[in-house]
Design a protein. Structure first.
Length: 243
């Protein structure tokens, strides 16, 4: 990716603008300072700071944002996964083996070498599955879309012909936690931008889990609010000043 130029009153503000525009956190940003900027004397001769920035090449889960002034009613309560309302089901070793076999068959078709580790969550009894191997990026896909699809399909296999419901969580290379960290930091950077420019910002479409992360990250902010609008798969979060 080529470098883009960002201008603001200070270098820190320019870096924040770059993070928001490129959809990355500071550790995923490459930048060089072109102009430090200065406040001048008594407000005379002010100079803005200028940086050139780009995403690091290894970053694959970027989020684009654009300015937007549209609004609809908030529906944060709808961001909960559908399975949360279903009865808990104590899955057996047999269910775990079904999940393991299914995923190994899928990976063989994809020509991917990885181990499948199945365990029961001590917190909620969910089936936690970790895929361990080299070059797991192909199993993650853009913004985790492939991983989400594999998780959904595995859930169908595990819950086939059962009365209750087992929640399946599929992960690799700690992607879920890294993605959450990226979204939480991005939400805070966007909130800063909204407060500074006093204009709402719309994120690109996200799944319910990711939208909920944005809502939760900013729910205690005294100056901005968040709401979702649009229909899936194009539903997105808007961050705006509180009225």
């Amino acid at each position: 990716m080529e470098y883009r130029e960002f201008t603001a009153k200070t270098v820190d503000e320019a870096i924040t603008d770059a993070q928001v525009a490129l959809g990355v956190t500071s550790d995923q940003l490459e930048y060089e300072v072109v102009e430090e900027g200065s406040s001048g004397f008594l407000g005379i001769g002010n100079k803005d700071a200028v940086i050139r920035a780009r995403k690091k090449e290894e970053v694959t889960d970027s989020i684009a944002v654009t300015s937007d002034t549209s609004s609809t009613a908030s529906d944060k309560s709808l961001e909960k996964p559908a399975e949360s309302a279903k009865p808990a089901y104590e899955w057996s070793e047999s269910n775990g083996k079904d999940a393991e076999k299914f995923l190994k068959d899928i990976m063989n078709c994809m020509d991917v070498q990885a181990d499948v580790k199945v365990s029961k969550s001590a917190e909620d009894g969910a089936m936690d599955i970790e895929l361990v191997g080299n070059s797991m990026g192909i199993l993650i896909g853009k913004r985790g879309q492939t991983l989400d699809a594999l998780q959904y399909l595995t859930s169908l296999v595990v819950n086939k012909n059962t009365e209750g419901y087992t929640r399946v969580r599929l992960d690799t290379e700690d992607y879920r936690a890294r993605r959450q960290h990226t979204l939480e930091n991005l939400a805070k950077n966007i909130a800063f931008k909204v407060k500074r420019e006093k204009k709402p910002v719309t994120l690109e479409p996200m799944n319910p889990f990711e939208r909920r992360i944005i809502h939760t990250a900013l729910q205690n902010d005294n100056y901005v609010t968040t709401y979702s609008e649009g229909d899936d798969p194009y539903r997105h979060v808007v961050v705006a000043l509180k009225k």
